[in-house]
Design a protein around this ligand. Sequence first.
Ligand SMILES: Nc1ncnc2c1ncn2[C@@H]1O[C@H](COP(=O)(O)OP(=O)(O)OP(=O)(O)O)[C@@H](O)[C@H]1O
Length: 657
Amino acid sequence: MAHPMTTKDGKPFDRASLESLMRRRLFYTPSFDIYGGVSGLYDYGPPGCALTNNIVDIWRKHFVLKENMLEVDCTMLTPYEVLKTSGHVDKFADWMCKDPKTGEIFRADHLVEEVLESRLKGDKEARGVKVEEKEEDPKKKKKKVKNITAIKLEDSVVQEYEEILAKIDNYNGEELGFLMKKYDIKNPATGGELLPPVSFNLMFQTSIGPSSNLPGYLRPETAQGQFLNFQKLLDFNQQTMPFASASIGKSFRNEISPRAGLLRVREFLMAEIEHFVDPEGGKKHQHFDEVKDVELELLNREVQLAGKTHVETTKIGKAVEIGLVDNETLGYFLARIQLFLLRIGVDPQKIRFRQHMANEMAHYATDCWDAELLTSYGWIECVGCADRSAYDLSVHMKKTGAPLVVREPRKEPLKIEEWQIDIEKKKFGPRFKKDGKTVEAAIEALTQDLREKLALDLEKEGKIIINVPGVGDGEVEVPKELIVIEKRTRVENVREYTPNVIEPSFGIGRIVYALCEHNYWTRAEDEARGVLSFPPTVAPTKVLIVPLSSHGDFKPFVRTLSNKLQDIGVSSRVDDSGASIGKRYSRNDELGTPLGITIDFQSVKDNTFTLRDRDTTKQVRASLDEICNSISNLVTGTEQWAEVAARLPAFEGQEVD
Ligand SMILES: Nc1ncnc2c1ncn2[C@@H]1O[C@H](COP(=O)(O)OP(=O)(O)OP(=O)(O)O)[C@@H](O)[C@H]1O
């Protein structure tokens, strides 16, 4: 369902024309296109790659460099055991429902959402409220929810629909099935009945090696590789806590019905941080003060449960203080995520943070906020920021026995009063024979409360009875000759704990697409002239070099300029095609190239060049050195165009088409 959006200059946003630009200019293209393509798989072309790389580069500087994070690059192929232990084999799933007649498959929550949204739209039309929606890619037409018929709904039904939509991510399969029945939701294309939702695991399964006896999966997130290396990373960090690891790489999810272009794909680039923190002491962050005044738009869980979508602008310091955001470390990262998104050119009006509802949270999370960006597809989660508690390290430690813990010398030794058990080993073996080890393990596992109770039994009865499944009838009697239970004081000099993990997880493809929507507009004088106003730091190519014509006199200047820009690390492209200057600039406006240098006859005479700004189309004229110096400043963000324009003489050139 399209959402009404406006461009930066206040005009209605036209998704079809942006998507056609992005394909035409090879930002991305369907993979295996000449074989008919496979949905949810896309290739990036040169500008898409450059844009992605620049965003990743800023991500590394903003997070990895700033916090001295430990970057790792782990394998994508992951053995079954790892993902079974992490819970992904059993729980990493969405709900799908099938049309038994046509064989079509729908993702249940998305279907309910689309149908209810389209009915609300029909209701608005019936009430005479104008709703704008541009047609999407004609290839997807068949899948689109049809029948947007102008039918007025009861006011109470409108309210019910809105409430359901506000918490659509909170329903499980049974509840979705109930909603489908209650609101008569069927195959939108045929009106056919659908089977009740069933769970569908999103991981791609494979087998590793020729014998197929090592089953595996393509990883659905980069996180597990980071957890499994925790102990080595802690050693690398000289046992110092807190610290964070980071990883950038592809992840794979077999999405049920991938649509919405780059927003929901089956193979995508993720950039993830695992920040390991001591769970004691409120998960403080040492740099929290630096961000406490950053204001975020927060949509909290209670508001959503009440069926509303109202956001509060709140300073992150306040949000943590009142407990809305659980702890400083989580809050620190929410603020840093927002600063990153703004730094790469996301529209500040189109960012919000939405808290997950209880049912919506992944199986490992205790609190989770998504950074959502407003696009023509609605609010889209682009970064998830979850408190995964000690879940992952604990389950992997339990399964493998590897010590995924921190051991810290205590400043003051800790005295612990506890019930300790001694076993009379010499007598224990002959008494329990082959079951000795099992009985011993059951005794070791007794809780403090039970030990206290059993100490009394031992004193009174001269024996204890404990449960040992699998030995005899499950109850084992241990006489007092074999066991001592006593309250003693233990002194602990080392503290051992499993760190908690705060995980910001970025979907780079979603960010790239949202950034394109936020920065796309068309020139007032000509709707067909699209512009992508990326900040110079992220723009795929920084400078277009345009000789006035193919005249031989310009060639040495083209070479000098290209070399000079290369020397200062600025990417440039030469367009010496026969097209008019205006057309050449226009082509590069579509690619988001922020700066253009024209070489004309004046350049041949006095070695001066014009420098053009993409957004204002204004030009200045200056010497080679001054031009390169200004470019360098603009590209690194140390100077803005307005400052350059104020410093250098204006050039009143014309862009003739
Ligand atoms: N199918 C996908 N295509 C592109 N990016 C994705 C996809 N699934 C997840 N991501 C990105 O990875 C990030 C972290 O993944 P996470 O598991 O939190 O997503 P998710 O909650 O499963 O997303 P959704 O609910 O939209 O499916 C998301 O914020 C998003 O940017």
